[in-house]
Design a protein around this ligand. Structure first.
Ligand SMILES: [Zn+2]
Length: 130
């Protein structure tokens, strides 16, 4: 899948997820560059919060690339929820903060992956009406 094809997917999913107002920049890289715990993509918000940068590994199947894109867009979508959570966590004693923080992160990953898988699966199995 070419970078241009992936960029088209980003735009399409931004529409589905009501994120057209976000500026999403897509960067492709080698698998080693984004291999954080076996992940094939990562996302980072711009410091001015106007958008995000998704880095995605080249050479994935079309379906894997699409699922990674949706996964990272969902992380961006959850950002407004994460910020107050961080503030609340900051009030906890260090050890409790660490445990609660890890649980929140783990649950977000689980939810985001579940939703990305379900959405991409639905898109590709729903018959196109005429
Ligand atoms: Zn993730």
């Amino acid at each position: 899948m070419t970078k241009r094809q992936m960029e088209k997917l980003v735009i399409w999913w931004q529409g589905v997820l009501r994120m057209r107002d976000f500026e999403i920049r897509l960067e492709t890289c080698s698998g080693e560059e984004v291999d954080f715990a076996g992940n094939v993509a990562e996302v980072g918000r711009y410091s001015d919060e106007t958008g995000a940068r998704i880095r995605i590994a080249r050479g994935q199947t079309a379906l894997c690339a699409e699922q990674s894109i949706v996964h990272e867009l969902l992380h961006v979508k959850l950002d407004p929820m994460r910020r107050p959570m961080k503030e609340a966590l900051a009030q906890l004693p260090p050890q409790a903060k660490e445990i609660a923080g890890a649980l929140c992160h783990q649950e977000e990953e689980r939810l985001v992956e579940l939703l990305a898988t379900a959405l991409v699966q639905l898109k590709h199995t729903t018959p196109k009406g005429g």
